[in-house]
Design a protein around this ligand. Structure first.
Ligand SMILES: [Zn+2]
Length: 65
């Protein structure tokens, strides 16, 4: 069974590269039983959405001026 350290590492790696099917499966099993990592994963999604939003906003500013 994957531990929290491995789970969070995979989640950050998932931002950089595609996870393999077995990595994704292990991660989803872990987040199913571990509320801490489930929260962490939600947090990562929010951060990623915000990063996208801000880079978009920066692009729009460049276009506007
Ligand atoms: Zn965990």
């Amino acid at each position: 069974m994957m531990n929290c350290k491995e789970a969070t590492r995979l989640m950050s790696e998932g931002q950089e590269r595609k996870l393999t099917t077995s990595e994704k499966a292990a991660l989803s099993v872990h987040t199913m039983i571990c509320s801490g990592c489930r929260n962490f994963s939600q947090h990562m999604k929010v951060l990623r959405t915000m990063a996208r939003h801000f880079s978009k906003a920066a692009d729009n500013n460049d276009d506007g001026k």
